[in-house]
Design a protein around this ligand. Structure first.
Ligand SMILES: C[S@@+](CC[C@H](N)C(=O)[O-])C[C@H]1O[C@@H](n2cnc3c(N)ncnc32)[C@H](O)[C@@H]1O
Length: 435
């Protein structure tokens, strides 16, 4: 066990480690990029609590801010102390951690992080919170828990559905698997899980999906090393059901890393050739690792690092899957740090990048071929509006309507919103090249 010492040479307590991780996210680092490194210095027995406090605080960030503001007589303007307060309040209002432990450990964390002089403020506010919990619960329940720019945008896009949507976005997403049917059927894998005493049920929309009733350490699930399944959101699993039969075809997965959809396509079809393209070399390594673990035929797969807005294919493709870079607002349940990281100004830049990639990939498609445009966003600018603009400027494009019992039909494409116990926010639009 490695532990992180603070200035006095003493070991930082767990709350101080949590605060440090949250400060890194506030400084613009993604949780994924800091989590493993920070987790390594937390003792094994504390990891579950560390994880819960980090993710929980991020999930409730804006509500915790709302709870804290009226408790301060003057603005603190001190990120360390404010973060200590959020961590303390989260424990008191949202966990079963005993109040005395939550308060004393958090006050100690503020001291360990060099805020000795303000530790009294942390102590006083947390003690007050234990006396006024009811009103704080109301704030937590009613807060949209989104940055105001995002709440405004979602209200504009989804009108009266906004209240339900912001509620859904606050929930914890289920752990969903995609069974590798080249190795095992969904029914067989459900039996294996049952034999191991793991409760799970079938996804409704994906015929290869399984939702686990409780979150479990994935590598310890039966068949993980042997490639029996992948972790993938239920709505993401719909991709492979929306492409035409790819057997013997030339396919491009234009933004492929880490390979969730590439692998699914290869589990379902045997293309003549599949190019998995992405501009991020490090993330592309995970495509090879995933295909190897899942024992999917690498012979017909070529992995290429390139900019999809500029790259030219060796020949025109029969089918292009374009899982475009996006704001990822639809997957905020799984990546609660997006609440802090994403800024209003990012959206227009992302829309422009999507447009450029779409424009270039369209040139790589055969006449008669299909391009499936996907995002894990729920903002219309990246989805419906992006498609309206595309069709308005491409007379050789025709929408192939997705006739389905899921999602919300848009002017072009279908939008899935996140739902408790089900999948994340995804958008799909299927486009055929006609000339
Ligand atoms: C939504 S993720 C793809 C997820 C992947 N399809 C899956 O199912 O596992 C979007 C990807 O686009 C990649 N990307 C962003 N800009 C790109 C560009 N200009 N050219 C190619 N890939 C790009 C990112 O590196 C990222 O891996």
């Amino acid at each position: 066990m490695r532990q992180s010492p603070h200035a006095s040479g003493k070991t930082l307590n767990l709350r101080a480690q949590v605060v440090k991780t949250l400060l890194a996210v506030q400084n613009g680092q993604s949780l994924a990029s800091v989590l493993n490194q920070h987790m390594n210095i937390v003792s094994d027995k504390d990891r579950a609590l560390y994880h819960e406090l980090v993710l929980g605080c991020l999930r409730q960030w804006h509500a915790l801010k709302q709870v804290t503001l009226p408790l301060l007589s003057v603005p603190l303007e001190n990120a360390v102390v404010e973060t200590c307060l959020y961590v303390g309040l989260y424990q008191l209002l949202c966990t079963r951690v005993a109040a005395h432990a939550a308060i004393s450990e958090t006050v100690e964390a503020s001291k360990q992080l060099g805020m000795e002089s303000l530790s009294g403020v942390v102590n006083a506010i947390l003690r007050r919170a234990t006396r006024e919990t009811e009103q704080f619960y109301d704030v937590l329940e009613n807060a949209s828990n989104l940055p105001s720019w995002l709440a405004k945008r979602l209200k504009k896009d989804w009108g009266e559905q906004f209240a339900e949507l912001s509620y859904e976005l606050k929930q914890v997403a289920p752990l969903t698997l995609r069974v590798n049917t080249r190795q095992v059927s969904r029914e067989e894998y459900l039996d294996i899980l049952e034999d191991e005493g793991i409760d799970a049920h079938r996804c409704e929309l994906s015929d290869v999906g399984i939702v686990l009733d409780e979150s479990i350490h994935v590598p310890s699930l039966p068949g993980f090393e042997a490639g029996g399944f992948s972790v993938q959101d239920e709505h993401a699993q719909l991709c492979a059901t929306l492409v035409p039969n790819l057997d013997g075809k030339f396919v491009i997965d234009a933004c492929a890393a880490p390979g969730g959809k590439t692998a699914h396509l290869l589990e379902k079809y045997q293309p003549k050739k599949l190019i998995a393209l992405d501009q991020d070399e490090k993330r592309l390594k995970r495509v090879s690792e995933n295909l190897e673990r899942l024992i999917l035929d690498g012979k017909h797969v070529e992995i290429i690092t390139a900019d999809a807005a500029k790259w030219t294919a060796p020949e025109l493709a029969d089918c292009i899957v374009l899982d475009a870079p996006c704001s990822a607002i639809g997957v905020i349940r799984r990546h609660p740090d997006i609440r802090l990281l994403r800024q209003s100004g990012d959206i227009a830049k992302t829309v422009e990048l999507q447009k450029q990639i779409l424009e270039n990939m369209w040139q790589q498609l055969k006449v008669g071929g299909t391009l499936l445009y996907i995002t894990c966003s729920i903002l219309k600018a990246e989805n419906e509006q992006q498609m309206v603009d595309f069709f308005a400027t491409h007379s050789d494009a025709q929408e192939q309507k997705i006739d389905a019992n899921w999602g919300i039909e848009q002017i072009h494409g279908r939008q899935l919103l996140p739902q408790v116990g089900h999948g994340d926010g995804f958008f799909y639009c299927r486009i055929q090249k006609t000339a």
